[in-house]
Design a protein around this ligand. Structure first.
Ligand code: ADE
Ligand code: ZN
Length: 334
């Protein structure tokens, strides 16, 4: 059922959709070597023990992305897959510094992704926006430079975000960059409390003024923070298969998904880096449905949250939520 219902995906790194087959074809097309001879060899290497062990492989594989058309093809492949799983709207992260730092022009990255999203909007009726992430293990000066490069593409980028190695790179390091981004009209989100303590989430809320928390798992160690997130209806994007993949939890059943739903938190389910964590959004939803024996009411709640949590216009949000509410009424679940 979850696969066929409309949903929005809010935590998806476009570089995290680089399937091994595509990586090897870009490697041939661009003459860039990879450590893997076959897709099977690549998949066999995708055994992670923490965030850094994943990031090392992830940044290595994306070195095969060179030309604007690589970013176009990558994005289009994701959109087609997401659409087949009921995604009608996606807010997609990209990591410009991971490309500009190895000589790929910012414009090639953003134009390739944007062109694919525009084609998807026109030809597939797929709605989307872009979130430009700063790599938090790079300097704040580099983030500011990246923001400056983005200004001429402001119309294409809805929000800034922050990802990469969290521990040791607290949000406050980027408060001036976020303040500038907000002054320029961008929305703001951040990976926070993914591997770092609740203080990082407080700081992301108070000093970066984010309007959505990515992952946020460690906030559950702080009841005052949880109360704030629930009462202010600050959305949280959970990524079940990824958080198992980097061993934050031993199983999906250990994740705070049911707890969040019971508290009335605006939590939703997402796929993060599906090429590396063995599943796109439907598989992530299936995993939580099975782990918590969720009923229709809770599944619909997660899907409605995925729209409430989005940056869609209020009337579009209301229309999507209305469709799900009507479905719930038909099923007699809400
Ligand atoms: N980059 C891609 N996926 C990420 C994640 N889950 N956490 C931090 N940085 C990332
Ligand atoms: Zn992420």
């Amino acid at each position: 059922m979850a696969r066929s219902l409309p949903k929005s995906e809010l935590h998806l790194h476009v570089e995290g959709t680089l399937e091994p087959e595509m990586m090897l074809s870009f490697s041939r097309r661009n003459g860039v070597k990879t450590p893997y001879a076959t897709p099977e060899e690549a998949r066999a290497a995708y055994n992670f023990t923490d965030l850094q062990s994943f990031l090392d492989i992830y940044y290595g594989a994306m070195k095969t992305l060179i030309e604007e058309r690589d970013f176009y093809d990558l994005t289009m492949a994701y959109v087609k897959r997401a659409k087949s799983e009921g995604v009608v709207h996606a807010e997609i992260f990209f990591d410009p510094q991971a490309h500009t730092s190895r000589g790929v022009p910012f414009d090639a990255v953003v134009k390739g992704i944007h062109r694919a999203l525009e084609d998807a909007r026109g030809n597939l009726g797929f709605s989307s926006s872009l979130i430009m992430c700063f790599l938090r293990d790079m300097s704040s000066e580099s983030a500011m430079e990246t923001l400056e490069q983005a200004l001429k593409h402001k119309a294409w980028i809805k929000s800034v975000g922050m990802d990469s190695k969290e521990l040791g790179n607290p949000p406050g390091k980027f408060s001036a960059v976020y303040a500038r981004a907000k002054a320029e009209g961008f929305m703001a989100v951040a990976h926070a409390g993914e591997e770092a303590p609740p203080e990082y989430v407080w700081e992301a809320l108070d000093s970066l003024k984010i309007s959505r928390i990515d992952h946020g798992y460690h906030m559950f160690e702080d009841p005052d923070l949880v109360r704030r997130v629930v009462s202010e209806r600050i959305p949280v994007t959970f990524c079940p298969l990824a958080s198992i993949g980097v061993e934050y939890f031993r199983s999906v059943a250990e994740m705070p998904v049911k707890k969040a739903l019971d508290l009335g938190m605006v939590a939703c389910i997402n796929s993060d880096d599906p090429a590396y964590f063995k599943g796109y959004i439907a598989k992530n939803l299936d995993a939580v449905i099975e782990a918590f024996s969720l009923g229709e009411r809770e599944i619909l709640r997660l899907l409605r949250n995925s729209f409430e949590a989005s940056f869609l216009e209020e009337d579009t949000k209301a229309a999507q939520i209305g469709k799900l509410t009507a479905l719930a009424a038909e099923m007699g679940t809400d």
